[in-house]
Design a protein around this ligand. Structure first.
Ligand code: SF4
Length: 342
């Protein structure tokens, strides 16, 4: 159904129940919304923005912003098709082993001084099944950042974890642990990577849940998935206990199998953001990579389609934009929230 004959589609009317009840959208309705086209998509975006204001506003903060540092880059044996850091790809990417603690403190200081209060240490590679000297260095960096910058929430994205490393991160008060399932789990092997299984990622998420570490888990749009796959991905997240959902739009990098990929239609991206909000009314949903570089003029529209956070100050292998510009954007977006939500 498109809803174009009757103006606002029947599916949008059903979706308004989420605004009244705060209960997540039913999957069947999400599938109907996924078929909306043209001007009806804006009804959906508007609804998602209202749901975000009512159930996921962050009083006193406006939007949830965070920054990351690529603490160990390249030389990864996994074959993620979007990633410049994979040894299977020929992308021109900086390669370096784990940075010194001094570099990490400096990188965090730069964004801290600009008001960012969440900072993630990210490393390339499969992850840490066991505690090893490199993992212990990362844990010391987490401690050091917490000591150096009062109020800074320190996050980590270190790949798959075993029991002991997960337990150690919990002891050191990691604020969020990022690990993405990227796409519908049923299509992970085909669309993302086959050197590891999505099940390894899900196992790590369950482990983090057990240790009480809030999980940041999302995905990437534009890797060859359909709208139905996107709905599957959104509902797969419902079955995991996820605190933050980062949504990325593929930045196609030369030298990766996704080089030259065409970005999905803007309306499809808006629908995905909005459906994600309706399926996860109270969760933090962040716009991560692709916001400035791919979505450009439309990043504001996407931020008004249910998102309540973004990644600022640069990405793993691509640059972001001036953080002042992001601050201005935040202030303008606040005009679309109810006064108590900003
Ligand atoms: S996304 Fe992570 S695991 Fe996959 S190739 Fe890149 S660095 Fe390796």
């Amino acid at each position: 159904m498109t809803g174009t004959k009757t103006g606002i589609g029947e599916a949008v009317r059903k979706a308004y129940e989420v605004l009244e009840t705060g209960e997540p959208l039913a999957r069947e309705v999400a599938m109907e919304l996924a078929a909306l086209e043209g001007e009806d998509v804006m009804d959906l975006a508007s609804l998602a923005n209202k749901v975000r204001n009512r159930y996921a506003s962050l009083p006193g903060e406006g939007l949830h912003s965070c920054s990351i540092v690529n603490a160990k880059s390249g030389v990864c044996a996994e074959n993620c098709r979007f990633c410049a850091q994979s040894l299977h790809n020929t992308a021109d990417v900086e390669q370096y082993s784990l940075l010194d603690a001094g570099n990490i403190v400096e990188a965090a200081g730069e964004v801290y001084r600009q008001g960012v209060r969440r900072f993630g240490i990210v490393t390339s590679g499969y992850g840490y099944r066991k505690i090893n000297p490199e993992f212990l260095r990362i844990v010391r960096m987490i401690d050091l950042l917490q000591e150096t910058y009062p109020g800074l929430q320190v996050c980590a994205s270190l790949g798959m974890l075993g029991e002991e490393p997960a337990g150690m991160l919990a002891e050191h008060n990691v604020a969020h642990y990022n690990i993405n399932i990227q796409v519908s789990p049923g299509r992970y092997g085909e669309l993302i990577a086959d050197t590891h299984a999505v099940g390894d990622r899900i196992e790590t998420i369950r482990l983090l849940n057990r240790y009480g570490i809030p999980v940041c888990c999302g995905g990437i749009l534009g890797v060859g998935e359909s709208m139905e796959d996107r709905v599957d991905f959104i509902y797969a997240l419902q079955e995991l206990e996820i605190a933050v959902i980062p949504l990325n739009v593929l930045v196609p990098i030369d030298g990766t199998p996704l080089q030259g990929s065409v970005t999905p239609a803007l309306t499809d991206i808006v629908k995905t953001f909005a459906i994600c909000r309706l399926a996860h009314p109270g969760t933090i949903i962040k716009f991560a990579a692709g916001r400035e570089t791919v979505m450009k003029d439309f990043q504001g529209l996407l931020m008004l389609s249910g998102a309540n956070g973004f990644l600022t100050g640069g990405y793993l292998t691509t640059r972001g934009r001036d953080m002042q510009d992001d601050r201005r954007l935040m202030q303008q977006l606040a005009l679309f929230s109810s006064p108590q939500a900003v």
